[in-house]
Design a binder for this molecule. Structure first.
Ligand code: DQA
Length: 148
């Protein structure tokens, strides 16, 4: 059991889940994602800090905080995935499991979504599993922490 929580971080526009392009992202809201993640984490005795921001700098701050305050990071950086050197560099400093999650299969979409500045820092990458990807992210974290 880890004393420190898993940080689950969400980037720009993910606050609009449920109404944003449901044919791509589904009808579940970010609150639904949070409830699912908390339930899954609880099965491993893990606490969760669940955050969303439309601001790159805020995400960078949470990643920096995670260095001492988290046991792992599950992150859907959303559009920032595809261009944020700042998020790449912040994650580079984190010595813990990092799981990159995308609700949609970014590789089947526009070519600008095929580049990730996050994947080189990620322990695992999950894309196209819908919001289940977040729970799978927690499973991966638990495996790396020796909890399953
Ligand atoms: C996303 C995919 C990104 O390309 C996009 O900018 C998002 C969401 C996903 O979860 O599928 O905002 O990260």
């Amino acid at each position: 059991m880890s004393e420190l929580p898993v940080y689950v971080l969400n980037g720009p526009n993910l606050n609009t889940l449920g109404t944003r392009r449901p044919e791509v992202y589904g009808r579940a809201t970010l609150a639904d994602v949070e409830a699912n993640v908390r339930a899954r984490a609880q099965t491993y005795g893990l606490d969760v800090v669940f955050e969303q921001s439309n601001w790159e700098g805020q995400i960078v701050e949470w990643i920096q905080q995670a260095r001492t305050e988290a046991c792992a990071i599950v992150i859907n950086p959303a559009a920032l995935t595809h261009y944020s050197v700042a998020i790449h560099d912040a994650l580079e400093m984190c010595e813990m499991p990092i799981v990159e999650v995308h609700i949609s299969n970014v590789h089947r979409r526009e070519s600008f979504r095929h580049t990730s500045f996050v994947s080189p820092q990620a322990t695992a990458v999950i894309a196209g599993a819908g919001i289940l990807g977040y729970e799978l992210g927690v499973d991966v974290v638990a495996q790396h922490l020796g909890l399953r």
